[in-house]
Ligand binder design. Sequence first.
Ligand code: GRG
Length: 309
Amino acid sequence: MTAAATSSNHVPSQPDVFDFKAYLQRSKETVEAALDGSLGPERPESLREAMRYSLLAGGKRLRPILCLAACELAGGTVSQAMPTAVALEMIHTMSLIHDDLPAMDDDDLRRGRPTNHKVYGEAVAILAGDALLTRAFEMVALRSPGVPPERLLQVVGELSLVAGAPGLVGGQVVDLESEGKEVSLETLEYIHLHKTGALLSACVITGAMIAGADEALIKALRVYARGIGLAFQIIDDILDITASSEVLGKTAGKDLIADKTTYPKLLGLEESRQRADALVQEAKDALSPWADRAMPLLALADFITSRDR
Ligand code: GRG
């Protein structure tokens, strides 16, 4: 790991007038530098190349930025949270690699490039995902200087819950089992809260844990995360219909082709958007007691419903 991953590069978050665009840009650059420096002497080189191919393929980097913002809100620093922020992007990236495999969503375009298995073959893609997942836990447990070990243990616990059966894996299984079936709004919400919401929630919760946040803030952040997690997925469903593959960097229109149950399918486009807006408002309301210090998280919530990719 290079110094980039542990440097105390400060991302300004509380200027007098909050410039979200500049905040997002600078945060993204800081995260990209940390990601670039995060893969050490993985051998063999072919595995390292496959891991780097997907980890450094771009993407909005929303998850690490949420983690850094929550840590700062709770009084911590960017450098304390960066290894965990990198770990979250590693888990997200591995879930994308596995999701794109022929046995799952079977896709050949991700982040504007051929999917991992299209370039390196299925076996290496599975193993690159496995290596990124385990590397994520190494980042937290062994490469997080300046954070008390009991907080790191909490972070490891949170990550293991959201990655496994109670989170992403469970959500993915219910999603696969629901293909071609009539799905209720309740089941759809279950899938989204587990497949997508759990990791987004872990981003803000682990960021806050690293800073030693109190229970009141953790509780509020869980409400915030539920709102943005569901809203994020509703917008994802809408963009699948309304945006092009070029803009999305992944195959558009897949939900329709696979006849997947989505929010627009159950509620229509207009009501889906209204629901996403209401969820974002709920998320922002939860942070109102911290409003003067929560500008990045409040703006990130709005960004989720206004995004075009
Ligand atoms: C974590 C052990 C473990 C296994 C993974 C394959 C799987 C199990 C779960 C699927 C999870 C998945 C792919 C959910 C979809 C989440 C989603 C909406 C991704 C798109 O996120 P963006 O828009 O993408 O933030 P970028 O490319 O910007 O990062």
